[in-house]
Design a protein around this ligand. Structure first.
Ligand code: URA
Length: 197
């Protein structure tokens, strides 16, 4: 099966994921699940936390204010959104954008793992604490987990079936929405991506 068809199958499974604690909220609010978008052969995959209001209203990841920052940071390092793949751990919006719960992460992460196995990136940039910790653990780096402010922009390496995988956790772009100095710190992490892609 082609990468596109394998990814489509994941989308279909999530659309009918009635066992999710977030499914009811999706239906009641006419939200879309947010699966991911971008290049199916991307070398670089971004993993956010969960869809927010705009994302759930459109079905597209990072299309609100945090997404605007992500797109701008990418542009500054000479990368276009269409060349990377962007997804989240949770594929449905949590109520009032609250933090993801452990059982929600456990349920949705299996879809994320499959997306990564299909796309086979050489570099993953988890965005924010929850994604940072999940990706580090997933690839056997649990003993290197630190607060996301400490891991931001640091390069970690893991061996996967298709070769070496680099991991560079980053602060969540939302930190820079109202804070210019955080924007500069965020950009430093993006330059590390540029050096490692
Ligand atoms: N924040 C996230 O973590 N993901 C999105 O898709 C949007 C905002």
């Amino acid at each position: 099966m082609s990468k596109t068809n394998l990814l489509k199958k994941i989308k279909e499974e999530i659309i009918t994921l009635k066992e999710s604690p977030l499914y009811k909220l999706r239906i009641e609010n006419s939200y879309f699940p947010v699966i991911g978008e971008g290049n199916h052969d991307a070398k670089l995959v971004f993993v956010g936390e969960a869809p927010g209001g705009r994302e759930a209203a459109t079905g597209r990841p990072f299309c609100g204010s945090a997404g605007k920052i992500l797109t701008e940071c990418l542009k500054e390092i000479g990368i276009e959104r269409k060349d990377v793949y962007i997804t989240n751990i949770l594929k449905d919006r949590p109520p009032k954008n609250r933090d993801p719960l452990p059982n929600e992460i456990e349920l949705y992460a299996s879809f994320l793992d499959r997306q990564i196995e299909i796309i086979k990136p050489s570099l993953i940039a988890p965005l924010g604490r929850f994604s940072g910790e999940y990706i580090m653990r997933r690839y056997g780096l649990e003993n290197k987990i630190k607060p996301i402010t400490k891991m931001h922009g640091n390069l970690f390496r893991a061996q996967v079936l298709y070769g070496e995988l680099k991991i560079i956790p980053l602060l969540h772009p939302a930190v820079a929405i109202y804070n210019r100095s955080k924007r500069d710190i965020l950009m430093k992490g993006f330059y590390e991506l540029k050096n490692n892609i």
